[in-house]
Design a protein around this ligand. Structure first.
Ligand SMILES: O=c1ccn([C@@H]2O[C@H](COP(=O)(O)OP(=O)(O)O[C@H]3OC[C@@H](O)[C@H](O)[C@H]3O)[C@@H](O)[C@H]2O)c(=O)[nH]1
Length: 473
């Protein structure tokens, strides 16, 4: 009995102990599982942290690069002044991608205005204004002024027209349409939106002048049916239209009579004397190179760049200047054997202004209260032969100077009288001829390098092999 009771007591104690032991074991197990869980989480967190910091390390330089790129994007434009809403003008430049137009675009953009360039890219090039593309103040529209244009602007610089004799003679009807219908359209726009319009007129309104130097009150001496008439008469009627709109419709007009101008961004195939002479001098062969250099295999002289009447009439105006084939090279001559070609005796005179002077004059005229025509040009006059010699010396070229027949209706003397511009605008040219020529020479040297490095040589196409059975097998 006693032993049974003792046994029961012991087993009861043991059961309790067992329970206790089991409880402790369970607790220990739970604790260890929890510990493992916590441990794993901290390892995972550590791992994640490490991965994150690794990613961060790799991403940071990329972020840095993006920041640099963003900075370079915002700094890629030339510096632009800030103008308040009141002073900032919305300005349209027709022909703004051309030689003069693009320099004017630069000036007005840098002065802080909003500029819209309209160009049909016949003689203009996107390259001339590409440094502004994307700028918030700039817009480029591919448009021909012969079609109407509807935009809101405060000022219109109407420059659209080919200006070099070979270019404007290339499609005389188109030149007439541009200067007449194009000018009407721009005057219509000026009337609708109340804008002031500046017409880029020309010294060619004086024709082959009988008065020397030419002042604004000279009426000119133009052959109305000659090869230059499409431009000369086109600009004369454009001036007439401006004053008709001023008198009848109250449109504010400004008329700049622009004399011979040169500088960087003239087209390689422009055909005017400055670009021709510089390119010929740069590509000229040494004096010892022989006098037959500019002869075709048939022995006839050929000009190196398009010259009056050389452009093929059957080709329409959609042909780009860059598509013009140099007759010198087409005749099988090497590009570096160009002589400098003077049309006529070389005794005819011209006075050349550097493009930045002209641009300053255009802006001064636009913002003045002078509504009658104003000559803008440099009165330093030279014969064309003197000019050829000067360029040859500045380039240090061994080119020969050779003479071709005289161009029809070529003005024999030209020099602007700029008293009016000096008095009314406080403007006169400041860039000396040699300084301007050196800048232009530098530009054309770079252009020749650019062309040499970007020659397009089409790859021969592999012969097309037809699938299936051949026809006569
Ligand atoms: O390669 C050439 C090119 C031209 N010339 C001569 O150099 C003189 C100037 O000729 P350009 O073609 O440069 O220019 P032009 O003076 O005849 O016409 C210019 O006048 C003023 C502007 O409005 C225009 O840009 C343009 O029509 C002319 O006597 C011409 O016969 C050459 O001797 N060799």
């Amino acid at each position: 009995m006693v032993s049974k009771a003792l046994l029961r007591l012991v087993s009861a104690v043991n059961r309790r102990r067992m329970k206790l032991l089991l409880g402790i074991a369970l607790l220990a197990y739970v604790a260890s599982v929890w510990g493992n869980f916590v441990n794993m989480r901290s390892i995972q967190e550590n791992g994640e942290l490490k991965i994150e910091s690794k990613i961060e390390e790799m991403v940071e330089p990329l972020r840095e690069k993006i920041r640099d790129l963003e900075k370079s994007f915002t700094q890629k434009y030339p510096p632009v002044k800030f103008l308040s809403e009141k002073d900032r003008k919305r300005i349209l430049i027709t022909g703004g991608a051309g030689f003069v137009g693009s320099h004017l675009t630069d000036k007005l953009m840098m002065d802080g205005h909003e500029v819209t360039v309209v160009d049909n890219f016949f003689t203009g090039r996107k390259r001339n204004v590409e440094h502004w593309i994307g700028h918030e103040n700039f817009e480029l529209i591919n448009h021909d002024v012969v079609e109407p244009l509807y935009i809101e602007v405060d000022q219109i610089y109407h420059l659209a027209s080919p200006a070099s004799p070979p270019n404007y003679m290339y499609n005389p009807i188109k030149t007439l349409k541009t200067n007449t219908i194009g000018t009407l359209n721009m005057l219509g726009l000026a009337k609708r939106v109340g804008a002031r319009l500046l017409l880029a007129s020309t010294s060619e309104v004086y024709g082959d002048p009988e008065v020397h130097p030419q002042s604004e009150d000279y009426w000119g001496h133009v052959n109305p049916i000659g090869p230059r008439a499409c431009y000369d008469e086109g600009k004369r009627v454009a001036e007439t239209m401006c004053y008709a709109y001023m008198k009848q419709e109250g449109v504010e007009v400004r008329v700049a009579r622009i004399f011979n101008t040169f500088g960087p961004r003239m087209h390689m195939n422009d055909g005017r004397v400055v670009s021709n002479f510089i390119l010929q001098a740069l590509q000229g062969e040494p004096l010892t190179g022989g006098t037959q250099a500019n002869k075709t295999p048939e022995g006839t002289l050929v000009p190196v760049m398009p010259r009056l009447g050389d452009l093929p009439k059957h080709l329409c105006c959609r042909l780009r200047l860059s598509e013009w084939r140099d007759p010198w090279r087409s005749a099988g001559h090497s590009a570096d054997a160009h002589p400098m070609l003077v049309y006529g005796s070389g005794s005819q005179t011209r006075a050349f202004q550097y493009v930045s002077d002209l641009v300053n004059g255009l802006v001064a005229l636009m913002n003045s209260n002078v509504s009658s025509p104003v000559n803008l040009g440099n009165p330093e006059e030279h014969t064309i032969l003197e000019f050829a010699q000067l360029i040859k010396n500045l380039v240090g070229s061994g080119s020969e100077i050779q003479f071709l027949s005289e161009a029809q209706d070529d003005p024999q003397k030209r020099k602007p009288d700029i008293k009016k511009a000096k008095l009314m605008l406080g403007w006169e040219p400041v860039v000396p001829l040699e300084e301007g020529l050196n800048k232009a020479i530098h530009y054309f040297r770079k252009e020749l390098e650019y062309q040499a490095n970007n020659q397009y040589i089409p790859k021969p196409k592999p012969a097309r092999i037809k699938k299936g059975r051949t026809r006569h097998s």
